[in-house]
Design a protein around this ligand. Sequence first.
Ligand code: ADP
Ligand code: ZN
Ligand code: ZN
Length: 817
Amino acid sequence: MSYFIDVIIPIPISNLFTYSITEAEATFLIPGVRVSVPFGKSKIYTGIVYKIHEQAPLVYEAKPIEQILDESPIVTSRQMRLWHWIADYYMCTVGEVMRASLPNAFILESETVILKSQDVEISDADLEDDEFMLWEALHHQSSLKIQDVMGILDKKNVLPVIKGLLEKQAISVQEEVFEKYTPKLVRYVKLGDEYTSEVGLHGLLEELSRARKQRDVVMTLFSLSAKTKKPIKVSALTEESGASSAIVKALIDKGVLTEYYFQTDRIQFEGEVSSETKLLSEDQNQAYQEIKKTFEEKDIVLFHGVTSSGKTEIYVKLIQEVLDLGKQVLYLLPEIALTTQLVNRLQTYFGEKVAVFHSKYSSNERVEVWNQILENSPKAQIVLGARSAVLLPFKNLGLVIVDEEHEQSFKQFDPAPRYHGRDTAVILAHMFQAKTLLGSATPSLETFYNAKQGKYGLVSLFTRFNDVLMPDIELVDIKEKHRKKRMTGHFSDRLIEEMRETLAEGYQIILFQNRRGYSPIIECQTCGHSPQCPNCDVSLTYHQYRDQLRCHYCGYHTVMVKTCEACGSVELDTKGFGTQQVEQEANVLFPDAKIARMDLDTTKGKYGYEKIINAFEQQEIDILVGTQMLTKGLDFRNIKLVGIMNADNMLNFPDFRAHERSFQLMVQVSGRAGRTKERGKVLIQTYNPYHAILQQVSTNSYLEMFKEQMDERHNYKYPPIYRLIKISLKHKDYNKVNLGAEWYAKSLRMVFKSGVLGPEYPPVARIRNQYIKHILVKIPPKQSLSKTKEAIIKINNSFLSVKDFRSVRVILNVDNY
Ligand code: ADP
Ligand code: ZN
Ligand code: ZN
């Protein structure tokens, strides 16, 4: 009898590979165990055993495996089922999902591995083009092999590039197969064996009577052991006795002390646990009861609670109940909201039951969390993490909470798997027959639509905790202010006035300026109008090199206008303004205030973001200028005023979701104001105070926004009514991309007719010498999604079998919004 295993290998090949094993191996192996296997001529990969069987592969001879790497599975069968679902739904390979799931340290590799250095600041300008590409790639994949690098740079001789990056200390290289996970060892000391008896100790103290410092160390060790009855860390001993580590070392050398090591977890909770949770208010309690009741009928519930309604406190109650049943909880939130603020809040209730899974943790730290979850350890009953935490090896999941479910960052864009964390979490929960709670003050249209359709339950909470009023929102017409010369730079007289008052009262201020304002949209300086596409509900984008206005969805284009279509003014501006400029102007207006800026530039490094948040919390900052980073569920106590510098550049962003997103952003940032007793104030500066979205923001009318936006989605055939799959083609040869995209779109049109848009260039059509073209497939509600994908895969395969197109990179992105 011959035995075989199907193995998942972390590379983008669409089939699993079959290897032969011996009978002894067959009795030993279990799905989910790692094996190292040969692949191609000389490569060795770490794979995961998927299935053990007796069918020899038909088209190739199965090679034997190299080695078995685990005694018990490190991946659960549910995980592998989830991997297959992701691969299927998001049109990628299971190997790609495997790579995204496993901490790097689990994947042993035989070739030279290139790693990105941690915590180095490299400016793009210091890098050559090739170096930049490789550096970029390492942001998406934490390690690369020489072979991968050749693929990325599209050339054979890549060593000079690697050498260059090594010299700039941007990367490091490692060689040979090795286990990357090294548990953290902590050094402990105890008295040498001969001194543990009373007599021995006495003799020792006598002996040391002239070496005062050494004697102190021994005494301290003695009293520490008596007090704690636990092993004593070297660090604790030096700290307590005030002795240097040289003295401790001298004692170890003499044999007076013995040193030993324990393996410890890197991430430890050391605070106090207070078992008392907060008492829910009447409204909160009602929402809580409603959620529980709805869960009796629905597996998924949308919890629509306004900002500062105390959603977190309700989550805490729900978590407690699930823990009492002995089940695990997954708490998903956007990466950037994963702050010490929230971690601390949960740890005061649940202590070391909370495990945090964070992309900024080292690979070793992630392995520890992985193992704790896999073992269903008491230390990982609540797993707090961003998107990728859905890929962890849960054993006994009872509840998934997706907080800020509307956040765009739940969707992964690059590399594959291009999955949505929230939607994947729903599938994961389903596999455990667990419940999913989606929470937001501003639900995404698709989620609210699902609730309206009865697919999800819906529970609302419209009052803030402590009966604090929703902030008072005032729209400031800056067109008018410009005309009356009441603007100082980008600040209206109203905003300056309110800021002055707020500072005088000792409260803090947030000024919000959207980073996206940099995109090249034409805006009339006189009336604020932006040219729109006649076919799609989006603003046209200015393309300087062709002097055209173009729509990135349907390809509509027109020559650049010379005067405003609405008011005839010739003062058309293409530039947005950024946070930096706002900060500078604020400094001039308020020279005595302490002003800081929070955006991608100021929050680099492991703790950059935390530092600013802490300083703001400690009220070391009076005015914080920032981008959408400011909106993510932060709970500050002392903010009274929020100023939105320019609402129009958000509203005019060329995306079918621009209006929905603007609403969400503005409501969320407004929600930072007045979270305690004093009612908060929000000023929104705009050229167009009558814009429906601004009216809806200022009256906090989510429902109205929802209805109006849904009409648009119906009319223009966008999600959640239609589904979208985006196909991107990339190549360094302009003609290849063009011809390829035409061929591809033509084939799609034969099947999907008018459901195909493009091919069209994105706003930046060439990035680092790669030309890009997009094709969009719109899928009507009645059209089968799986049949659509099948057809696309068929077309994709025949595309890649055309000799000329083989080198074109094709990227499939399902639900690309
Ligand atoms: P949301 O997530 O809905 O914006 P939070 O959960 O952050 O709101 O709550 C807002 C603030 O109100 C927090 O500081 C929280 O500690 C406080 N809070 C909410 N509910 C209660 C409660 N029942 N008792 C005491 N404080 C509460
Ligand atoms: Zn105009
Ligand atoms: Zn269009």
